[in-house]
Design a binder for this molecule. Structure first.
Ligand code: UT7
Length: 315
């Protein structure tokens, strides 16, 4: 397939590190050197599905497509107020789609997992035009008393329209099952029969271990896929890395022996927006005119699961 439209949408409320330090034992001096984050957009009165719909409309407009042109819709989302229907159905209703749609919960690499599904359906001859929306509100998953998690995240949505083409040069998906490294639980409706213990627990994360996983998985994924598809690092124009922590991105850059210019970032203003991170970055770079036709983009993302994924895409 080929990416022909991108879009993104962010909540209006910007929370700076200084604002966090008004109610948390934290500071700009701690957050910036350890994460690179200065501020993040956080949901107030918006609904995450409305952000997803706005990002989708922008991507469709840029692609020059109407909702009726889309024949498959994939939505990536980790947490929403709805248990059912899926976020893909809710966004479909908002933007006027009536094609088949599915939801995936692959955490931060969700955009790359979605591209893989789109490409595989396309190769199977089942679809022509696919919409991907990643809509996330991780600010509603963390405890706002827990300075080690809540400072890291921001909300938002990113979208892409893919059509027929030969520009996805390769994708690799990886899983290293270890659900204790990043997790959150929410209780279901009680019944007269349930006897097991259930609890609502906000997002828990073993930060240092996730950090190490992120750097080693991303470096391995990128080198492995580039080798498989026969592309040299020198041919790569940009690495579109999941915006989790600037130190993670710097470490990946160092291990790959690459230059700063090849790693666009927006983490300073957004924090970690889970699966929305890669498509928001893609949309911002695209709308700034950063990419030239034929540029090789390498997407790499990692997160809860533990899952990671990498894609090589020709722009
Ligand atoms: O999409 C993937 C999602 N997850 C990630 O990407 C997270 C990956 N991990 C990380 O980015 C880093 O591990 C963190 C930024 C989360 C933490 O950085 P760290 O250098 O690994 O710090 P730490 O967790 O080892 O904490 C060091 C100290 C602790 O204090 P003590 O025990 O040494 O007294 C923490 O309590 O820093 C303290 N601390 C804070 N202090 C001020 C933790 N969070 C904060 C905070 N402000 N926000």
């Amino acid at each position: 397939m080929r990416i022909i439209g991108t879009g993104s949408a962010l909540p209006k409320k910007v929370v700076t590190n200084a604002m966090l330090s008004e109610f948390l034992d934290t500071s700009d001096e701690w957050i910036i050197p350890r994460t690179g984050i200065r501020s993040r957009h956080v949901i107030t009165d918006e609904r995450v599905e409305d952000l997803g719909a706005e990002a989708a409309r922008k991507a469709l407009e840029q692609a020059g497509m109407q909702p009726g042109d889309i024949d498959f819709f994939i939505c990536s989302n980790v947490a929403t107020e709805y248990v059912t229907p899926g976020m893909s159905c809710i966004i479909s209703a908002k933007i006027g789609l009536s094609c088949p749609c599915i939801d995936i919960n692959c955490a931060c690499p969700g955009f790359i997992y979605a591209m893989d599904i789109a490409e595989t359906y396309y190769q199977a001859g089942k679809v022509h035009n696919v919409l991907i929306v990643c809509a996330e509100e991780p600010s509603r998953m963390t405890s706002w008393d827990d300075r080690s998690t809540c400072v890291l995240f921001g909300d938002g949505a990113g979208a892409a329209v893919l059509t027929e083409g030969n520009n996805i040069r390769g994708i690799e998906l990886h899983s290293q099952p270890d659900p204790d490294k990043i997790w959150q639980t929410k209780t279901l409706v009680p019944t007269p029969f349930v006897t097991k213990e259930e609890k609502d627990v906000p997002l828990q994360m073993k930060g240092r271990e996730v950090f190490k996983f992120a750097v080693s998985a991303s470096t391995r994924d990128v080198q492995s896929l580039l080798k498989k598809v026969g592309i040299e690092q020198s041919q790569v124009a940009y690495y579109m890395v999941h915006q989790a922590n600037l130190r993670i991105i710097d470490a990946i850059k160092q291990y790959l022996g690459e230059s700063d210019e090849k790693f666009p970032t927006n983490i300073a203003d957004h924090g970690n927006s889970s699966s929305a991170s890669c498509p928001i970055l893609l949309d911002e770079c695209n709308r700034k005119g950063l990419f030239n036709k034929g540029d090789i983009l390498v997407f790499s993302a990692f997160g809860a699961g533990l899952l990671s994924a990498v894609a090589v895409v020709e722009w």
